[in-house]
Write a protein that binds this ligand. Structure first.
Ligand SMILES: *Cc1c(COP(=O)(O)O)cnc(C)c1O
Length: 377
């Protein structure tokens, strides 16, 4: 077996080794077909089986009802920032949508959506918060739902439920009835914590996730959309991005990213074999508690995010002395701990600990954190 380093990349990111091994075995001959999945017609019986099974397994994992279409699309969450308003901004009558901005990704979603209608800011954490005797910088916290300004006639309310760069997670999303906008469905960019915990769909109109963070390889975007919101696309919506077309053709309106769907399908089967999302959530909680616990124990390291909104998936942290950053990263790499450099807009370090990162990997990181501190404090 090849020694693989611990990969803390934010995305594309670590995949379960069992999935990679199975894909390697099936590379030249998928289930006696004599073909690689990459070589199959997207309309043939083999790929039809792969795609339908991926959808069925994903539905089972999420417990999502047939009121929702489950689509495999392309363009990543960035393209989805346009595809969402193109499809949904008119579904409530007026071309209106409201956005909550809690970091880099939701800022981008908000900016993109403005091209397509009357888009307004419901709430933003782009300012300093004073709380618990401390100051929290912009995009390290989430505004209280009671302060969100949601227009009752908005077609949807958009959130990013896990800001990958800032490491800010919204574990629960509000009930629109409590926001005085009971009929406004939530639209959620869940890219970087999708499948890390169970999802409550009761107020969700639409949810999307680029696969390469936690669900599979780059190239496929999962879209889950309430069927009654489909069919209101703006006339300028490209036909390949119209949810009505993609849903009618079961994700095969045009050639989908077949190999990426196959690998994501193997990840879904792996998650089912792990006991499903409640069980993976317990493991993720243990890993996050272990890492934050280690960082909290010492003033040598600092975490920027308000404790109520700490992400279980993406853990940014700083060394108290940034002059040690390069030494820290070099030593980490030598210890087999890769991709710990923080995003350039935040600086410092970031450890992404997705589903496929094991507790053993997190413990290797905490061992390194402790030994680096002993050497350099
Ligand atoms: C990575 C990411 C994106 C962008 O994904 P692309 O596939 O690069 O378009 C958008 N939103 C979130 C929350 C992400 O983590």
């Amino acid at each position: 077996m090849i020694a693989r380093p611990w990969n803390f990349s934010a995305g594309p990111s670590v995949l379960p080794e069992a999935v990679l091994t199975q894909a390697a075995h099936e590379m030249l001959d998928w289930h006696g077909s004599g073909m690689s999945v990459m070589e199959m017609s997207h309309r043939g019986s083999e790929f039809t089986q792969i795609c339908d099974e991926a959808e069925a397994d994903l539905r089972e994992l999420l417990g999502v009802s047939d009121d929702y279409a489950v689509l495999f699309m392309q363009g990543g969450a960035t393209a989805e920032n346009a595809i969402v308003p193109l499809n949904l901004i008119g579904c409530g009558g007026q071309p209106r949508a409201d956005y909550v901005v809690t970091g880099s990704w939701s800022s981008k979603s908000f900016k993109e959506a403005k091209k397509y209608g009357e888009v307004s800011l419901a709430a933003s954490s782009d300012s300093v918060l004073n709380d618990g005797g401390k100051q929290w910088n912009a995009f390290t916290w989430v505004p209280a739902a009671s302060d969100w300004q949601v227009r009752p006639d908005a077609s949807y309310l958009h959130l990013c439920s896990n800001e990958t760069i800032g490491g800010v997670e919204l574990a629960q999303w509000p009930n629109p009835a409590e926001l005085d906008a009971p009929d406004v469905p939530l639209v959620i960019d869940a890219s970087s914590h999708f499948l890390s915990r169970p999802i409550d769909f009761s107020h969700v109109g639409m949810l999307y996730a680029g696969a390469q963070k936690n669900a599979g390889p780059a190239g496929v975007t999962v879209v889950i959309v309430r069927r009654d919101m489909i069919g209101h696309a703006l006339p300028i919506c490209p036909s390949a991005f119209d949810y009505a077309n993609v849903a009618r053709e079961r994700s095969r309106f045009n050639t989908p990213p077949t190999y990426a769907i196959y690998i994501a399908g193997l990840v879904f089967k792996w998650l089912l074999s792990q006991g499903g999302l409640a069980s993976i959530e317990a493991k993720n909680k243990q890993k996050a508690d272990t890492l934050y616990g280690c960082l909290d124990q010492s003033s040598f390291y600092q975490t920027p995010v308000h404790p109520a909104y700490r992400s279980r998936m993406n853990v940014p942290f700083f060394l108290a002395d940034p002059d040690l950053d390069a030494t820290f990263l070099k030593g980490a790499k030598a210890a087999g701990l890769h991709q710990l450099k923080g995003h350039k807009t935040v600086g410092g370090m970031r450890a992404s600990i997705y589903n496929a990162m094991t507790l053993e990997g997190v413990l290797a990181l905490t061992d390194y954190l402790k030994s680096f501190e002993r050497e350099h404090e």
